[in-house]
Design a protein around this ligand. Structure first.
Ligand SMILES: [Zn+2]
Length: 193
């Protein structure tokens, strides 16, 4: 049975008790409630799976460790075709309330999640934050797909696409070879003299 993810978590209680949250956020729920993610991708491929373990360590970092699995569809900015992208990521996040706790958590290797002392938080926000961080700045097919499924679209007007290379080989291109006057290295050479 799929339990719905709780919408309000007391991180003190969860980390004291070592609660483990495991389950899925369905596509429908994600489209409705993870709006930042929804707006950042072309489509969500499947349910989001999460496994989150709350705990605290000897120096009183209160943290959540775990794993999130999600696959989304994005538009490749190289060929403009859609492709699916795996956003699965490991999570190691400490809950912090002030600068001291932030430094302690970061020194221990955690990412930080800011909260006020009594604040209850929606774990879906944390999951969404992690997935947004996993998104590439520019979505593109992996390099191994270049030249096969990922072909650059040049958008050259059709009138310019059918030029005859043979006839034009000694044509305008020759004029584009820089003369000494506009060759930047020629300028440098002159300056050196
Ligand atoms: Zn592509």
């Amino acid at each position: 049975m799929v339990e719905r993810i709780p919408q309000r978590i007391d991180h003190y209680r969860y980390t004291d008790k070592g609660v483990i949250l495991e389950g899925i956020i369905t596509r429908q729920e994600s489209d409705k409630n993870l709006l930042r993610l929804h707006e950042s991708v072309t489509n969500q491929q499947d349910d989001i799976h999460y496994h989150l373990e709350f705990d605290k360590d000897r120096i009183d970092n209160r943290f959540v460790n775990g794993h999130i699995e999600a696959e989304v569809v994005m538009q490749c900015q190289r060929c403009m075709e859609n492709f699916s992208l795996d956003l699965s990521c490991d999570v190691a996040i400490a809950f912090v309330h002030d600068d001291f706790e932030q430094k302690k958590a970061e020194d221990s290797g955690y990412d930080v999640f800011w909260l006020s002392e009594k604040e209850l938080f929606d774990p879906r926000v944390l999951i969404e934050d992690e997935l947004l961080l996993a998104l590439p700045q520019i979505a593109m097919h992996p390099e191994s797909d270049y030249g096969t499924v990922c072909q650059i679209q040049y958008n050259v007007p059709e009138s310019e696409q059918n030029f005859d290379l043979g006839a034009d080989a000694s044509g305008p291109e020759q004029n584009e070879i820089p003369t000494e006057d506009d060759n930047p290295f020629a300028v440098l050479r002159r300056l050196k003299k």
